[in-house]
Design a protein around this ligand. Structure first.
Ligand SMILES: C[S@@+](CC[C@H](N)C(=O)[O-])C[C@H]1O[C@@H](n2cnc3c(N)ncnc32)[C@H](O)[C@@H]1O
Length: 211
């Protein structure tokens, strides 16, 4: 993924972000070794940001769309109280098997519940409320996921969407995916039910706070 933030600045940001536990280093290494799409992992800075979001919003229940090898789910779990819960969904049994292996090594892993299956069906099957929803799966469906999840978020809750800058391609969208991400960004910006802010963290993150 081409960086939005210049490499030297990104390195500086990483160097001035709190260190992670060893589990994350091991998970990152195995994901790089075994998964072609390893850049999908949120990584240290965004992961730290997600954990802190869970902490400062005092979230108790998080819904994640897009587990992959489980990095962001474990970040959320670390940011939740002991009785907190992360429900995370994916369609990939191989990536999520690696996720489960690492969650089981963490004391916070017990807060995570995996649902295997298409996210749109999983979201429909779940009862809210979710204090925080993280969208990080197939971009063509972002609007569908947002619309399915928003009724399950209480006033003051957050929908957090990843990759909203799509490597910068949203500025001049050309292919289907660029257009899908740009349409999602416009959809959120024009939605009177939320207040939103777009951040240039990694590949771009939007925070939409339900009014
Ligand atoms: C960007 S990755 C998630 C990265 C993860 N949050 C992390 O930090 O490691 C996107 C994931 O969405 C999953 N996915 C794609 N389409 C999906 C769908 N229809 N329903 C659920 N998950 C889907 C993929 O299998 C992939 O593992």
């Amino acid at each position: 993924m081409p960086d939005i933030v210049p490499e030297a600045i990104e390195a500086y940001i990483e160097a001035h972000t709190s260190e992670r536990t060893a589990i994350f280093h091991h998970l990152e290494r195995e994901t790089r070794e075994k998964m072609a799409a390893f850049t999908m992992q949120v990584g240290k800075v965004e992961g730290g940001f997600l954990k802190m979001l869970a902490q400062i919003t005092r979230a108790k229940r998080v819904l994640e769309v897009g587990t992959f090898t489980g990095y962001s789910a474990l970040c959320f779990a670390e940011g939740l109280p002991d009785d907190g819960q992360v429900i995370t969904c994916d369609i990939d049994p191989e990536a999520t098997a690696m996720a489960k292996k690492y969650w089981s090594q963490s004391p916070d892993g017990k807060k995570i519940e995996l649902r295997l299956g298409p996210a749109i069906e999983t979201i429909a099957s779940l009862d809210g409320p979710f204090d925080l929803v993280f969208l990080d799966a197939d971009k063509q469906n972002y609007i569908n996921y947002y619309e399915a999840a928003l009724p399950k978020v209480p006033a003051g809750g957050l929908i957090v969407a990843d990759n909203v800058l799509w490597s910068g391609r949203v500025v001049n969208p050309t292919d289907e995916l660029d257009i899908a991400v740009d349409n999602f960004n416009k959809h959120v910006r024009n939605d009177g039910r939320v207040e939103c802010v777009m951040l240039s963290v990694r590949d771009g993150i939007t925070l939409a706070r339900k009014l």
